[in-house]
Design a protein around this ligand. Sequence first.
Ligand SMILES: Nc1ncnc2c1ncn2[C@@H]1O[C@H](COP(=O)(O)OP(=O)(O)OP(=O)(O)O)[C@@H](O)[C@H]1O
Ligand SMILES: [Mg+2]
Length: 369
Amino acid sequence: MADNSIRLINVTKRFGKSVAVDHLNLEIPANSFISLLGPSGCGKTTTLRMIAGLETPTEGEIWIGDKLVFSAEKGIDVPPNNRGIGFLFQNYALWPHMTVYKNIAFGLENMKWKKADIDKKVNELCELLQLSTYLDRYPSELSGGQQQRVAIARTLATSPQILLMDEPLSNLDAKLRLEMRTELKRLHGTTNATFVYVTHDQMEAMALSTNVCLMNMAVMQQYAPPLKLYAEPVNMFVADFVGNPSMNFVEFDLKDQVVSRNGVRLGVTPVNGGKLLKKEGKVVLGVRPENVKVSAEGEISAKVISSFPYGMETTLVIECMGSDMRTVVFGSVDYRTGEEIRISLCHEKACLFDGETKELLSVVETKIL
Ligand SMILES: Nc1ncnc2c1ncn2[C@@H]1O[C@H](COP(=O)(O)OP(=O)(O)OP(=O)(O)O)[C@@H](O)[C@H]1O
Ligand SMILES: [Mg+2]
């Protein structure tokens, strides 16, 4: 099988004066599952369309395997149908007057496949996507999730080495989305294709991908495996975008590896054994909710503002050191509004950001002084 890695080198897309994608460098390894994640308008769809050849970059190069498919400088622009790419749009509109079988077979008939071969391929795909019992139905006789699976089967029929998906699950209900996530992951395991998946749902990106490319305002912020993004966000935007409930940010004054606020003093030691580049000034300590531990022995006092019991876990909003913070407690625990509690900031796994640049200074271990 051909090399289905993708490489974007310094790719920029401008629409008039506005920049939709700004000098993007992205290496997508063969057979990987990567997500383009970010808020609305950050350039996800534009990036995907440029890979597909549906949008022309203003600058840069795009490689698929060892083939240069786009170069602004060299004037190369391989048309979409010669890039070996399958594309699944958000509005996947099936043909309403065709049965499931016909919908999936259509692309292959266009390619003049033999009837027996088409039969074999359609049956194979329907097996894979658990659609075999619906072959004779029309789209209107299927649930949303089944329709979505037909759309995926239709895209897979021509065996693309690369599958680009733009928010393919966005019009499904929460339960179906979860089911389809599992389906997509399984599919990725069985097809050997490279998947590039666009979503603004961070949970989806985290759950599905081998690597997440997080973008904001046309600029890539960080490109890393999901858990690296979670534990070592390069700046406060990434830290805030990834994780639910989101990371707590508390401003502190830094002086010589000690941060202080409202009478609380914490020693902060970089986990990698390195030194903090910043010696003093405003910093922001980022603490994940699960690292704010509620315990009778906790060193810091706090007050419950509200409590959200979700069954398996309870999210608490608390006031602590003059700031609102969120913490997650395992199990269904009942807290009263106004209740005085004590918390402990778990050692290790806090992020120290520069208060001005919002960039990560270091992942630190904290210790109450
Ligand atoms: N054809 C176009 N003409 C002018 N501007 C465009 C065009 N297509 C996209 N843009 C602009 O480029 C930017 C990036 O758009 P894009 O569709 O890539 O965002 P997105 O990340 O996919 O957002 P969403 O999550 O809302 O789908 C936006 O500011 C958008 O308005
Ligand atoms: Mg989009």
